[in-house]
Design a protein around this ligand. Structure first.
Ligand code: G6P
Length: 613
C-alpha cells in the first residue's frame, strides 16, 4: 500500500526520492508524487499512474532542492487521480504533506474548516490534515513541529506522515501511529520511509518510530524525537540487516520468479540454527520462554490474512496432528469484529509476512486485551506485528517484493512445522523415532524443492496450454487442501483468471456442476493417507471430461493413467507435502500470468502490505 520517502541533507533530493519510490513500487499503488523544497520555493508534482509517469511529468520542470518528500498512493478516500495524489498542499501552499493511513474524523475537521472559508481541492483526508496544521500554525503562532503535534492530538485514525514547509526549509517532520515509519541516519543527512527498502542503499543506521512519536530532522544533522504528548524519548538506533542485492532482481525477469527460485535457500534460512538433525533437536529461541504455555494451552487460535491465512491452515493440521492441541484458524478481519470467546490460557499465533497488516494487528490487540498469549510469525524484522506480540519467530525468508507471496508462504509453513515439532516433543505426543524421521525429512526439503524447480520448463509448457482458460478449479485433501486454496489464490492474483480452491471431496457438493471439457482442474494427488480417496475424486472429474492437471509423487503410475497432465514432485512425509506441492502451482500461475501479459510483480488493485482494514 501507500509508500513514503523523505530526504533532508546536502544532496539533490529528487533522484533519491524517485529511486526510493521505485523501491516501494512493490507495495502496490495507483498514483505518485513528489514535493521539493529549496530555500524559498516549494514545488509539488504528482500524477495518476506509475512512478515512471511521474518522471515523464517532471521533465523540463524545476526539480532542484535538497529537501523533499515523495509518495505512492493506494486510493482509499477519493478515486486515484492527479488531484487526490500526494503530496497535498496546505491552503497557502506553504506546507506539503504525505500520509499513509486513514484520518477517521477528517469529515468533522473538514466541516469546521469549510465554515471558515477554507477551499479544498481533493477528496482526501490527507489534505484536511495539511489545512489543519496550517490553521494551527497561523492561529497559535507556533513552529511547524508544534503545529503538527497539536494537530495530531486532534485526529483519530492511523498515520505515517511527513511534513515540510517553505517557511522552515531546514527541517522535516515525520510522525507515526499505526502506520510504520523508519528514519535512516546518514552523515549530515536523514532519510524517512515507510519501510527500510529506500534507505538501505545509503545507511544501515535506522530508528523505527513508535506509535504516537514524531521526529524533527534538521539539515545540520541533528534530530529530536518526542511523543505527541510532548514527552522526549531516547531514540534507539538499530542496524539494518537487509542488503541491496536482496532488493534487486538478480537476473530474473520478475521478483516473483526470483523469489520462487529462492525457496531452497529461504527454507534453509528458516531452519538455520533451529533444526539440528544430528542432535535430534528443534529449538526456536524466540518462543523458548513460552514453550510450556503453548504446550498446556487448551486451544491455539491462528489469526492471519491472505496467503498467511493459508499457511495458518497448514499450521492447524500440524499442531492438531503432532502436538494434539485444538486449533482454530481465523481471518483476522472477521475475528476482530465478531466478539470471539478468548480465554487467558489461549495462545494466539499471528502470521504475517509484512508484519503490518492492519486487521491482523487489530486481532492481536483484541486477543491481548482478553489476556491471551500472543506469538508472532513475521518476515519483516522490527515490523509492527513483531513488536506487538509477546514472543515470536522471524521467518528469515528475506525481503519479499513480488505482491503475490511465495517464499514467505513456505517459510511460514517451515516455522509452523518447527513450532509444532518442538511443542510435540516437549509434550510427548510424538515418538522419538517419528520425531527424528520428520527432522530428517525437513532437513531434506530444500534439496527437494530444488528438484521441483528443475521442472520449470515442463510447467511453462503446461502454462501455454492453459493460458486462455477462464476458470480453474484446484483440489487438495488433508495437508494439501490449503495448498489448493493457495494455488487458486496465486492464479487469480496475478493472471486475473477466476480460480477456486476446494477440499477434493467437497467438490461433489457444488463445484462438480462446473466441470466440463473447458474446466482445468488442478489436483494435488501426492502419496499420503488420502491418496486413494483423491484418486477417486480424480475419477469423478474425469467422468465429467474435466481437464486434469495432477501434482503427483515421483514414480506414480495410478494417477498418470487418469490425468491428462502430471507434474512430479519428490516423495516426502505427508506433514511436509505442502512445501513441495505448492512450488509447481506457483510456477504455473507465474507462467500463465506472463503469457497473458500481466504485470506479475504489481498486479492490479493489490497491495503488498495492507495497512488499512
Ligand atoms: C496482501 C498481500 C498478500 C498477503 C496478505 C497478508 O493481500 O497481497 O500476499 O498474503 O496481504 O499479508 P501479510 O503481510 O500479513 O502476510
Amino acid at each position: 500500500m501507500c509508500g513514503i520517502v523523505g530526504y533532508i541533507g546536502e544532496k539533490d533530493a529528487y533522484p533519491i526520492l524517485i529511486k526510493g519510490l521505485h523501491r516501494l513500487e512493490y507495495r502496490g499503488y495507483d498514483s505518485a508524487g513528489v514535493a521539493l523544497l529549496t530555500d524559498h520555493q516549494l514545488n509539488v508534482y504528482k500524477c495518476k499512474g506509475k512512478v515512471s509517469k511521474l518522471e515523464e511529468h517532471v521533465v523540463g520542470k524545476d526539480i532542484s532542492g535538497t529537501v523533499g518528500i515523495a509518495h505512492t498512493r493506494w486510493a482509499t478516500h477519493g478515486e486515484p487521480n492527479d488531484v487526490n495524489a500526494h503530496p497535498h498542499f496546505s491552503q497557502s501552499e506553504h506546507i506539503a504533506i504525505i500520509h499513509n493511513g486513514i484520518i477517521e474524523n477528517y469529515l468533522s475537521i473538514k466541516k469546521e474548516l469549510l465554515n471558515r472559508n477554507y477551499k479544498f481541492k481533493s477528496d482526501t483526508d490527507t489534505e484536511v490534515l495539511a489545512f489543519l496544521i496550517e490553521d494551527i500554525k497561523n492561529s497559535e503562532g507556533v513552529s511547524l513541529a508544534e503545529a503538527v503535534r497539536i494537530a495530531l492530538n486532534q485526529v483519530i485514525g492511523a498515520y505515517g506522515l511527513v511534513v515540510i514547509s517553505k517557511d522552515d526549509p531546514t527541517e522535516i517532520i515525520a510522525a507515526r501511529k499505526g502506520s510504520p515509519l523508519v528514519i535512516g541516519i546518514g552523515e549530515k543527512e536523514f532519510f524517512v520511509a515507510s519501510d527500510a527498502t529506500p534507505i538501505v542503499g545509503y545507511t544501515k543506521n535506522v530508528v523505527y518510530l513508535a506509535d504516537e512519536e514524531f521526529a524533527v530532522l534538521r539539515k545540520d544533522g541533528t534530530f529530536t524525537i518526542k511523543t505527541i504528548k510532548d514527552q522526549a524519548t531516547t531514540p534507539y538506533i538499530e542496524q539494518l540487516e537487509m542488503n541491496l542485492e536482496a532488493l534487486e532482481k538478480g537476473g530474473f525477469p520478475h521478483f516473483m520468479l526470483k523469489e520462487i527460485y529462492e525457496q531452497p535457500r529461504s527454507i534453509r534460512d528458516s531452519l538455520r540454527g533451529r533444526l539440528n538433525v544430528n542432535k535430534a533437536l528443534v529449538r526456536l529461541g524466540g518462543i523458548a520462554d513460552y514453550e510450556k504455555k503453548i504446550m498446556n494451552a487448551p486451544r491455539i487460535i491462528i489469526v492471519a490474512c491472505g496467503t498467511s491465512w493459508h499457511a495458518g491452515l497448514v499450521g492447524e493440521y500440524l499442531f492438531e496432528d503432532l502436538a494434539r492441541i485444538p486449533v482454530e484458524v481465523e481471518y483476522a478481519s472477521e475475528f476482530r469484529y465478531r466478539n470471539p470467546v478468548i480465554n487467558e490460557n489461549d495462545v494466539v499465533i499471528a502470521i504475517s509476512q509484512s508484519g503490518e497488516t492492519a486487521d491482523t494487528l487489530a486481532a492481536i490487540e483484541l486477543a491481548k486485551s482478553k489476556g491471551a498469549t500472543i506469538i508472532g510469525i513475521c518476515n519483516v524484522v522490527g515490523s509492527s506485528i513483531a513488536r506487538a506480540t509477546q514472543a515470536g519467530t522471524y521467518t528469515h525468508a528475506g525481503p519479499e517484493i513480488g505482491v503475490a507471496s511465495t517464499k514467505a508462504f513456505t517459510a511460514q509453513i517451515t516455522i509452523l512445522t518447527l513450532m509444532a515439532l518442538q511443542v510435540a516433543m516437549a509434550k510427548g505426543t510424538l515418538t522419538k523415532s517419528k520425531f527424528h524421521e520428520l527432522l530428517q525429512e525437513l532437513d531434506a526439503i530444500p534439496d527437494k524443492v530444488q528438484r521441483v524447480l528443475e521442472r520449470n520448463k515442463e510447467i511453462e509448457a503446461l502454462a501455454a496450454k492453459f493460458k486462455d482458460a477462464r476458470n480453474f478449479l484446484y483440489l487438495g485433501r488433508g495437508y494439501t487442501f490449503p495448498v489448493a486454496l493457495e494455488g487458486a489464490l496465486k492464479l487469480k492474483e496475478i493472471s486475473y483468471i477466476h480460480a477456486e480452491g476446494y477440499p477434493a471431496a467437497e467438490m461433489k457438493h457444488g463445484p462438480i456442476a462446473l466441470i466440463d471439457e473447458n474446466m482445468p482442474v488442478v489436483v494435488i494427488a501426492t502419496q499420503g493417507p488420502s491418496y486413494e480417496k483423491v484418486v477417486s475424486n480424480i475419477q469423478e472429474v474425469k467422468a465429467r471430461k474435466g481437464n486434469i492437471i495432477a501434482v503427483v509423487t515421483e514414480g506414480d503410475t495410478q494417477v498418470k493413467d487418469l490425468a491428462k497432465y502430471v507434474i512430479e514432485v519428490p516423495e516426502t512425509d505427508e506433514h511436509l507435502a505442502p512445501l513441495l506441492s505448492v512450488i509447481p502451482l506457483q510456477l504455473l500461475s507465474y507462467h500463465i500470468a506472463v503469457m497473458r501479459g500481466c504485470n506479475v510483480d504489481q498486479p492490479r488493485n493489490l497491495a503488498k502490505s495492507v495497512t488499512v482494514e
